[in-house]
Design a protein around this ligand. Structure first.
Ligand code: PMP
Length: 393
């Protein structure tokens, strides 16, 4: 039986960017000892205190259908958190709880894009973005943020692509580059959104992983609160990737319609997961800092290792749990480099090309294994690059 065009074309006909990851997983399944630096999954598990809260809630009976927009206390807590961090007036009606940031990205685009509308996104991008946009019937349109501009998107480039678009999706701190968008970048983007009447969808799932400078939520910029949907998640901030819980913050009318969409799709998030999230948020900054700390530490470690050589260049970045490495000096593509590194040294990193054309010749390294093994893998990667560079030269 034929399946819908929409579902059979989610990947745009090409690779979905996960080939290397799948190859590494297949090697692991065959018993090969692969050092995995691919996906954004912490090497610590969800804190036991959060699991205890989850257990208490489930044993207490919060196992029936939960409130579809989200448990009121959790929505209040998210609203207060967002207001405290951004200064923007935010109430319960500005928040819907979603099954993770990914479901939030899908729902947010469903809310603002009609069938056939162009939906802008910045390249390099998190690998699911184009598929998410196609899944709601929108037509993905990439705007490159170039390596020579430190991967900050230029307002002029967004402006040039904006005609006929309904929305723009941005992500800061950024996956895959780790770049945190500066005020100039965000003000430029806000100006383009207003000039072209675009919705801004701001994916802020890495907001607690900022190593230098400050993260500014574009919803807080003048005139933006009425046209911005912010995607939040407990996955990265609280090592709760498997709990599938996040939120969308936006104008009340948009949230009300998103509740209708949730009623007809997800039917909300399990009550005991929401109670666990509430507990985790109430633990405040100390817990978030504890979850973020290993990445801050490993980034400093990586800076020291990379300073000792001159083949691989670390893209200057201010946040997130990844390093973006420029391997163009080897003469190899990111794909070629990642493939050869996996075959030769059983170290798996993501090819930059998995995240779009703008990241070609780069690889993304997730800082998600313990420090000594991480340092050893990075040193091997640098030696491998130097050797390839010598061969190429
Ligand atoms: N946005 C970005 C940029 C991500 O990297 C991820 C996960 N890796 C997500 C959204 C989705 O996260 P989750 O659904 O776990 O909240």
């Amino acid at each position: 039986m034929p399946l819908s065009h929409r579902i059979t074309h989610l990947n745009g006909g090409g690779s979905d960017g996960w080939d290397l990851f799948n190859k590494a997983r297949a090697m692991l399944a065959r018993g090969i000892d692969v050092t995995e630096l691919t996906i954004g999954e912490h090497d610590i598990r969800t804190d036991p205190s959060i699991l205890e809260a989850m257990h208490r809630s489930a044993m207490g009976g919060h196992t029936g259908y939960a409130s579809v927009p989200g448990v009121r206390q959790l929505r209040e807590t998210v609203a207060a958190r967002v207001q405290a961090r951004t200064g923007v007036q935010t109430g319960v009606d500005n928040v819907i709880i979603t099954p993770g940031g990914q479901a939030g990205l899908f729902a947010a685009h469903a809310a603002v894009c009609d069938e056939g509308d162009a939906a802008l996104f910045i390249d390099p991008y998190y690998a699911t973005y184009p598929g998410t946009l196609r899944a709601v019937g929108a037509v993905p349109r990439a705007v490159q943020a170039r390596a020579e501009n430190a991967f900050q998107p230029l307002a002029a480039d967004v402006d040039a692509a904006a005609t006929g678009a309904a929305s723009l999706l941005v992500n800061s701190p950024n996956n895959p580059t780790g770049v945190v968008y500066g005020e100039d970048t965000l003000n430029g983007i806000a100006g383009v959104c207003q000039a072209h009447d675009l919705w801004l969808i701001s994916d802020e799932v890495y907001e607690t992983q900022v190593w230098e400078g400050t993260h500014v939520s574009p919803r807080a910029l003048p005139g933006m609160a009425d046209r911005t949907l912010v995607i939040g998640s407990m996955s990265k901030s609280h090592a709760m990737t498997g709990s599938r819980i996040g939120w969308i913050v936006g104008p009340r009318e948009a949230i009300a319609h998103l509740v209708d969409l949730a009623t007809n799709t997800t039917y909300g998030v399990p009550g005991y997961i929401q109670d666990a999230a509430l507990f985790a948020l109430n633990e405040g900054a100390p817990l978030e800092d504890r979850v973020a700390e290993p990445f801050r530490r490993r980034r400093a470690l990586a800076q020291r290792i990379l300073a000792g050589q001159n083949t691989v260049r670390l893209v200057p970045a201010q946040g997130a749990m990844y390093l973006m490495l420029d391997v163009r000096a080897t003469g190899m593509s990111g794909e070629g480099f990642a493939e050869a590194l996996l075959d030769t040294h059983h170290i798996a990193v993501m090819p930059g090309e998995s995240f779009g054309a703008a990241a070609a010749g780069h690889v993304r390294v997730a800082m998600t294994i313990e420090d000594d093994a991480f340092a050893a893998a990075l040193a091997t990667l640098c030696d491998f690059a130097a050797e390839r560079c010598r061969k190429a030269g």
